[in-house]
Design a protein around this ligand. Structure first.
Ligand SMILES: [Zn+2]
Length: 311
């Protein structure tokens, strides 16, 4: 993901909006332009993906210019007639859409998770809770120690995983004096689901399938769908079965059955991105207003390596 616009007017300048030389044109000597542009190229942000930044670029950005990171978490599990990685592509897509709107970086995805009752379907994985807790805890600590003040988990999988992430958010947040938020997009957007589809959704139901269909239509195997893949979620205390007998779990009986409507899928995708961005933005603004953990570690604003308040 690239930011800014390339400068076509000057041979040494890549980032037009950052380059003072472009605005003054012939008033400066070519040597002056070269120096100016070289400085700007060195500090230009080339990507919002942590995977794609080198250490010098990262050092220039965090925490001086960017203090928020989005960490996508998912798992590999059966999802009706969409891909087993649906809980990975959804949070990754979301994080990439949200990052420019929140002036954030995107951390590498954590693709294996604590799957739960759908473990047992072909191609599904389950990481043990203890291993997951240690690993994700260390990832969160690593993000804090690299200077991020706002760590936002964009979670793609519920079940037992959400509870673990919530506990880790509190533990790492308290120990590292950073702000950590765990977001579950399908739950945050339950009213968006009702609005767009006129009914509730389900695991691998219309809502989740539509989110995939919007950007990855080739991963939706429409011809394989049948109502035999669906079971309504049992009311609390009525029954439990492992593995759950179908991979589509409707939140409510008679609602969320998958229909494959590309227009609604795209409408839903855009509305989910908008809602998720708003929820995270509001939380960061509230953290800032309350000045929570603004003076962490050595007492320097924004952490041991400095930095001002979140823009
Ligand atoms: Zn899912």
């Amino acid at each position: 993901m690239r930011m800014g616009r390339p400068c076509v007017g000057r041979p040494f300048c890549v980032w037009k909006r950052r380059c003072g030389g472009c605005r003054v044109g012939g008033m400066r000597t070519m040597a002056g332009l070269m120096v100016l542009c070289a400085v700007q190229v060195a500090s230009a942000q080339t990507s919002r993906e942590m995977n794609e930044l080198n250490w010098m670029e990262f050092r220039e950005l965090v925490p001086a210019r960017i203090r928020t990171v989005l960490l996508p978490t998912g798992t590999v599990e059966a999802h009706g007639v969409i891909h087993n990685g649906a809980d990975n592509t959804a949070p990754q897509d979301l994080a990439r859409e949200m990052a420019p709107k929140l002036d954030a970086l995107v951390a590498p995805l954590i693709p294996y998770g604590v799957t739960g009752s759908l473990d047992g379907y072909a191609g599904t994985f389950q990481v043990s809770e203890g291993a997951y807790r240690l690993f994700v805890g260390d990832v969160l600590k690593g993000l804090a120690r690299n200077g991020f003040m706002n760590i936002i988990v964009i979670n793609g999988h519920g079940g037992p995983q959400t509870a673990i992430l919530n506990e880790l958010a509190e533990k790492v947040g308290r120990e590292e004096r950073v702000r950590v938020m765990v977001t579950n997009w399908w739950a945050i957007c339950s009213d968006v689901t009702l609005k767009v589809f006129g009914e509730d959704g389900g695991h691998a139901g219309w809502n989740e399938t539509a989110f995939t269909q919007a950007k990855h239509a080739s991963l939706v195997r429409k011809e394989r769908y049948s109502e035999e893949l669906e079971t309504p979620r049992p009311a609390a205390g009525t029954w439990y079965a492992f593995p759950f007998p179908t991979p589509v779990i409707l939140y409510q009986p008679g609602q969320g059955s998958v229909r494959f409507d590309q227009t609604k899928a795209e409408e839903y995708y855009a509305a989910v991105v908008e809602r998720m961005t708003a929820v995270v933005k509001e939380t960061i603004e509230k953290w800032d207003r309350a000045q929570l953990f603004q003076f962490r570690n050595s007492g320097v604003p924004g952490g041991s390596s400095g930095g001002g308040p979140q823009r």
